[in-house]
Design a protein around this ligand. Structure first.
Ligand code: HEM
Length: 363
């Protein structure tokens, strides 16, 4: 269904968001890239789901970003994560569970607020629905819902629409912007790598709008983006899985119904696969002739049937945002700050500590 609504010219689709990144307003002043990157990447998924961008100053939009950010941070606290695994799934069935005290209560409250926002939005979409002019994922879903009206087994009911939209909002916003934030901090720390990426951008793209297809001519930039994802390891614990049948894996018997936490860090930092697993080293993805090489152990999006549903979209976003930003700006530390802090904060994703940066225009 997504193919019905995704723009047929993705590069133009992204560029309108990239140019809206008003980094110029921060010239000369240290700033934290968190909110601006969140808003820019959020608008990609908002455009797909809703069919329009939201204004950065729209209080509803900023509220939505805060709710998602807060949930991602709180949900990663060890106790909260454990309680949530149980509670959030049960909450749909037993809403009274919301009265339990603790940080998970904030999460439940935030989820309820997100669902209210989504319900309001798709009621609006329903009012203006034109089957011959479907503008968004929600429109396409509602048209299918109409087609299947009367079928009690249809998956296209309002409950599923709310869940799908909320999952796509949450999964599609924070992940990409957190990766980009790591990317900018790593470029600030390793200025020589930033310069090499910019040299390749100037040679291959020049002043044109970066396109996803450029990456095949840009092995170094492609390797840097892969290494940003490997090194930052933003979903170290993956999502929980469960065995659907008895399995014997490497001599261990795992019965059906066992809760599994597949540690993505164990492959992304595997020293048998990566020469310098704990260092930022783009050569992990380059051969001796400087050609890009794929690595089987590169799985920040997980693997198998339930791997990230947004992998292709995320790869496009990362390439186009990253090259557009480095094409136009140099990234550095604020005056008086001598190093980048690469430690991460606790959360569902592995995010960098909030810190200030400076930009200067290149062109
Ligand atoms: C750098 C960006 C991203 C990373 C690193 C990432 C990573 C992941 C990971 C590790 C999972 C869990 C897979 C598993 O359970 O085995 C996942 C699931 C998912 N991701 Fe992403 N993701 C990213 C961006 C996105 C975007 C942009 C979207 C939005 C379209 C998205 C949508 C989803 C969805 C819907 C799932 C659940 C899939 C399922 O359970 O079947 N992700 N992602």
């Amino acid at each position: 269904m997504l193919s019905m609504v995704v723009c047929t010219q993705p590069n133009q689709f992204f560029s309108s968001h990239v140019t809206k990144l008003d980094l110029l307003s921060h010239l000369g002043n240290p700033f934290d890239s968190n909110m601006i990157l969140n808003a820019a990447t959020a608008n990609i998924i908002v455009s797909i789901l809703l069919g329009y961008r939201m204004d950065y100053n729209d209080p509803q939009f900023t509220r939505l970003l805060c709710l998602i950010n807060e949930n991602v941070r709180i949900a990663g606290m060890p106790m909260v994560a454990l309680i949530l695994i149980l509670l959030l799934q049960l909450y749909n069935i037993f809403p009274f569970l919301g009265f339990f005290p603790g940080s998970h209560k904030i999460i439940v409250k935030n989820v309820v607020e997100q669902c209210e926002f989504i319900t309001k939005t798709f009621v609006e979409h329903l009012k203006n629905l034109d089957e011959n002019d479907q503008r968004s994922f929600i429109d396409a879903f509602l048209v299918r819902q109409k087609e299947e009206a009367g079928n009690p087994l249809s998956y296209f009911h309002n409950g599923n629409l709310t869940r799908v939209v909320r999952n796509l909002f949450s999964a599609g916003m924070e992940t990409t912007s957190t990766t980009l934030r790591w990317g900018l901090l790593l470029m600030i720390k390793y200025q020589n790598i930033q310069e090499k990426v910019q040299e390749e951008i100037s040679r291959v793209i020049g002043t044109a709008q970066p396109m996803y297809s450029h990456r095949v001519q840009m092995p170094f930039t492609n390797a840097v983006i892969h290494e940003i994802q490997r090194f930052s390891d933003i979903v170290p614990l993956n999502l929980g899985h469960e065995t659907t049948k008895d399995v014997t894996f490497k001599g261990y018997f795992i019965p059906k119904g066992t809760y599994i936490i597949p540690l993505l860090s164990s492959v992304l930092r595997d020293k048998t696969q990566f020469e310098k697993p704990d260092e930022f080293f783009p050569n992990h993805f380059l051969d001796s002739n400087g050609k890009f090489i794929k690595k089987e152990a590169f799985m920040p999006f997980s693997a198998g049937w339930r791997a990230c549903a947004g992998e292709t979209l995320a790869k496009m976003e990362l390439f186009i945002f990253f090259t557009s930003l480095l094409q136009k700006f140099n990234f550095g530390l604020p005056p008086g700050v001598t190093d980048v802090d690469l430690t991460s904060v606790v959360g569902l994703t592995n995010a960098p500590k909030p810190q200030m940066m400076c930009v200067t225009p290149r062109m």
